[in-house]
Design a protein around this ligand. Structure first.
Ligand code: AP5
Length: 188
């Protein structure tokens, strides 16, 4: 079964939600660059101070910074048996940096799991989360900006991974359990 996985999908596609189940199933760490950056913002570290306003606006944090924190995380011991990368890579530069790092480690990706969703489904999901969690970038303006960033910079990575024969596409529509079942079947 695949153990080195990139999870790709639009904001609100369900990457973080589904990563929890995949982590339990495969026993490998879930690495979310969004979570790492939010933790840095909450702790007021230099990285957090750089990232805060950019994240709130729904824009992408600079490649150099994000590649740096991801590289530091992926070389840790618990990633030796695999990982689920959620929210990284998001640009061609990040994808190339990841390819190079994994080549150095002799640990190539097993697959890129792409969660596909209809845009109309996403906005209500994220506005609902805004009511519950109050995430700073879950307002309509930032959500629209995150969508545009995804379409312009991240969606083209589907072709990058398709060209390497690594894409597994799964519909992220329906209930959380229905999506989890599809993912389980796709990764088996
Ligand atoms: P990040 O935290 O990665 O946010 P995102 O990509 O916008 O993703 P979300 O967390 O909103 O969506 P998700 O697909 O994980 O969905 P989730 O499972 O949470 O990034 C935030 C910001 O950090 C970026 O905008 C950027 O500024 C910066 N950043 C992060 N990584 C970066 C990088 N590599 N480079 C540059 N900048 C970076 O689900 C969403 C909601 O829907 C939840 O409430 C969930 O309960 C609900 N839900 C999930 N599935 C279903 C379902 N099937 N039915 C109904 N509800 C569902």
């Amino acid at each position: 079964m695949s153990k080195r996985i990139v999870l790709l999908g639009a904001p609100g596609a369900g990457k973080g939600t589904q990563a929890v189940g995949i982590q339990e199933r495969l026993g490998v760490p879930h690495i979310s660059t969004g979570d790492m950056l939010r933790a840095a913002v909450a702790a007021g570290t230099p990285i957090g101070l750089q990232a805060k306003a950019v994240m709130e606006a729904g824009e992408l944090v600079g490649d150099e910074l994000v590649i740096g924190i991801t590289r530091e995380r992926l070389v840790q011991d618990d990633c030796k048996t695999g990982f689920i990368l959620d929210g990284f890579p998001r640009t061609r530069g990040q994808a190339e940096a990841l390819d190079a790092l994994l080549a150095d480690l002799g640990a190539p990706l097993d697959c890129c799991l792409a969660l596909t969703v209809d845009i109309e489904e996403i906005v209500p999901r994220l506005l609902k989360r805004a009511e519950i969690e109050g995430r700073a970038d879950d307002n309509e303006e930032s959500i629209r900006k995150r969508m545009r960033e995804y379409e312009e910079k991240t969606a083209p990575l589907l072709d990058h991974y398709r060209a390497h024969g690594l894409i597994i596409e799964v519909s992220g529509m329906g209930t959380i359990d229905e999506v989890a079942t599809r993912i389980g079947e796709a990764l088996a």
